[in-house]
Design a protein around this ligand. Structure first.
Ligand SMILES: Cc1ncc(COP(=O)(O)O)c(C=O)c1O
Length: 353
């Protein structure tokens, strides 16, 4: 019998993330603190005052205007969705079905998953040993494969490094199609290609409220690009995908940028302490990071992952990629969480006698 599903879908591996019980959850780069109750109450008051029986504007245009003002970009050049993952899918749907999608390896797995789901051939250029971008190799591959869309996460996940702006600009200038620079971790790196948007119509920036804004569970992300790009992406983006509650939460948090900045500063301080702590653990080598997580190499990734979990600490095993052999990734948590993690890691590397 003919299968009920497309062959691309049958061949795909489903997105899967185990969620074992743990005391210290450091596996998804979330902000370790929840939104203060006073702000949640403010959201609820606004939510009660909002009609639930009416559709809001199809593309959350009012909120896009607020985001545009906060970011410093034109509102016709902003579109929002229930998570930047949804925008990744919409971008591929608008620019690349049964084409070529290009990225690097290792990087955020969803670029590959979504590109494959839409029948694309995914070309991944391996990063160099120090996780830097092999510029000549990348440009050559781009010339030969002619990708309809390129995805680059900056800082890259799960490695945490930034790619130099000059290289990104050269790629954008020479690319035959869209270049999506995913700035999910921008608040922690402080580096953005926003000024380049004015000049390059094939450049798209992706941002999320899931990380620095502590809203992973609320689901909200946005895209910044030339208005002509937004116009096309909106044709395939499902209307009304950002529900009114998420819209209100984002609107309320946009009024709290000073607080968000404070959270980011706290995370940056903790990242430094965590890095120094990792450097002091025998047989552990952390890689510098511009995001709110640190990738580190251990003697045996699977064994260390399990050993940490047995002590109640959940990190991410990223060792599947060749370049990340024996590597794990830890999100920057609170001071207490980071201390628990370091203590658990030290316990694993203690001498047997
Ligand atoms: C590079 C990158 N982009 C996008 C996302 C997903 O963001 P969202 O929660 O907005 O879908 C993540 C989440 O881990 C990420 O690491």
């Amino acid at each position: 019998m003919k299968s009920l599903f497309r062959k691309e879908v049958l061949q795909m591996k489903a997105y899967h993330l185990e969620r074992p019980l743990c005391d210290v959850k450091l596996n998804q780069n979330e902000l370790p603190r929840d939104i203060p109750s006073a702000i949640k109450s403010q959201v609820l008051v606004r939510f009660v005052q909002t009609p639930w029986n009416r559709y809001s504007k199809p593309y959350s245009e009012d909120l896009c205007e607020r985001v545009a003002a906060a970011v410093g970009w034109k509102s016709e050049g902003v579109t929002m969705a229930n998570g930047s993952n949804v925008l990744i899918q919409a971008l591929i749907l608008s620019a690349a079905v049964r084409q070529v999608v290009m990225t690097v390896a290792p990087t955020f797995s969803l670029y590959r998953l979504e590109a494959q789901a839409l029948g694309n051939r995914v070309v991944e250029v391996p990063l160099l040993k120090d996780f830097s971008l092999p510029k000549d190799d990348f440009l050559r591959t781009m010339r030969i494969k002619k990708p309809s869309i390129i995805f680059l996460s900056n800082p890259n996940a799960p490695t945490g490094n930034l790619f130099p702006e000059e290289i990104l600009i050269e790629i954008i200038e020479k690319a035959p199609g869209l270049v999506v620079v995913d700035e999910a971790y921008y608040p922690f790196s402080g580096k953005t290609l926003l000024p380049a948007l004015q000049q390059y119509k094939n450049l798209v920036l992706l941002r999320t409220f899931s990380k620095a804004f502590a809203l992973a569970g609320v689901r909200a992300g946005y895209l910044l690009a030339h208005p002509s790009v937004v116009k096309e992406v909106r044709k395939v983006l499902l209307p009304y995908c950002l529900n009114v509650l998420s819209q209100i939460v984002v609107e309320t948090l946009l009024e709290q940028v000073v607080l968000v900045q404070k959270w980011v500063m706290e995370s940056l301080g903790e990242r430094e302490r965590l890095f120094e702590g990792l450097q002091c653990v025998p047989d552990v080598s952390p890689f510098p990071s511009a995001a709110n997580f640190i990738c580190f190499r251990v003697k045996g990734a699977k064994k260390t992952f399990k050993g940490l979990l047995e002590q109640g600490v959940l990190v991410r095993d990223v060792s599947d990629n060749k370049l990340l052999k024996n590597c794990l990734r830890v999100s920057v948590g609170t001071a207490e969480e980071n201390a628990r993690f370091l203590q658990a890691l030290k316990f694993l590397s203690r001498p047997p006698l």
